[in-house]
Design a protein around this ligand. Structure first.
Ligand code: GDP
Length: 317
């Protein structure tokens, strides 16, 4: 079994590559839920949705979120009512939020709701929220504290970031199956996701870091940073708020306590070699994922670094 820790868009691209080469039942995905928020009274979990949609083969390739070819009639209706529409929700996407909210209101856990939605969409891999308890990523800015979606979507990550905290994390527990997935896997992969706000919340759930330190599986990450910039999005300024340089050194530092190998871009190979003080092995390749072929190539590179030669995992033919 292969376990992946992941967030949203960068993570979804990586998982898209893995799903094309692994039998679905070999893949377990542990997903950030720090971005979850209430929207129009519905429980929205953006990263669970992106990962579920990519595994179902229905993620919009243009937007990187939501359902391919979706319409936006409800959004228009809410606009006409004068309701806030800064967070876009497509009509088929809306059905996911309605079903999840209904399941939760009837006493199902987030893990159960995620499994039910995934099954109905034909997903055969295991998609797990990091926790069944609410853990909220809060971004401290000069304009005050914002939820992740207010910072990222509403205000388009223009605010300076003073700090990031994960409200509720210390009282949360890993969702059922999360620790087992990490400790019983043949390999653990960390997607090229934002280390501060996509992987950070997962690591903030008590017990997950220890499981990563203790697992016998090799742990391999793909860098979301090339040179001194994120491939997309605000990872650089979020990392700076944690005193981490926006570079492969900063990524290696974030995961140093448990990481075996960091896959970096070819242009960072020399920088990585100079980091001899860090006990992480560096492998370089082209880590830009623009086409399905790129995604498959990077997924193969990560598996080649992570799997012992005698691993039981079979690649799909
Ligand atoms: P989001 O921030 O919630 O959208 O989700 P993620 O944390 O999963 O994705 C954002 C991260 O993915 C950013 O830090 C990007 O730099 C990274 N990313 C996006 N596209 C690519 C890519 O093609 N290659 C690599 N290596 N990283 C990418």
């Amino acid at each position: 079994m292969i376990t992946v820790l992941t967030g949203g868009t960068g993570g979804a691209k990586f998982v898209d590559g893995l799903r094309r080469i692994l039998p679905p039942e070999e893949l377990t995905i542990i997903v950030n839920t720090g971005d979850d928020h209430d929207w129009w009274g519905l429980y929205v979990s953006p990263d669970l949705d992106s990962i579920t949609y990519v595994l179902a083969g229905i993620l919009s390739p243009e937007r990187g979120w939501g359902v391919r070819g979706d319409t936006f009639h409800c959004l228009q209706g809410m606009k006409d009512f004068g309701e806030p529409i800064w967070f876009s929700v497509g009509d088929r996407d809306l059905a996911t939020h309605l079903l999840r909210t209904r399941l939760l209101s009837r006493g199902r856990t987030l893990t159960e709701a995620t499994r039910i939605i995934a099954e109905k969409l034909g997903v055969r891999s295991l998609v797990l929220p990091m926790s069944d308890q609410r853990v909220e990523t809060r971004i401290e800015t000069p304009a005050g504290e914002l939820s992740f979606e207010e910072y990222f979507v509403k205000r388009r990550y223009q605010d300076a970031v003073k700090n990031v905290r994960f409200a509720g994390a210390s009282a949360s527990k890993p969702a059922p199956g999360v620790l087992e997935a990490i400790t019983k896997s043949d390999a653990v992969l960390i997607a090229p996701s934002n280390p501060t706000t996509s992987i950070g919340p997962i690591l903030a759930v008590p017990g997950i870091r220890d499981a990563l330190r203790e697992t016998a599986a090799r742990i391999v990450a793909v860098s979301p940073i090339i040179g001194n910039a994120a491939v997309s999005g605000p990872a650089a300024s979020l990392m700076a708020s944690q005193n981490l340089p926006a570079s492969v050194a900063g990524i290696a530092d974030s995961y140093a306590a448990f990481l075996d190998t960091l896959i970096v871009h070819d242009s960072d190979a020399e920088t990585a070699q100079a980091l001899s003080s860090i006990s992480v092995e560096f492998v370089s390749t082209n880590i830009l994922m623009r086409t399905p072929e790129d995604k498959v190539r990077i997924a193969n590179s990560a598996l080649a670094c992570a799997l012992p030669e005698n691993a039981a995992v079979k690649l799909a033919s």
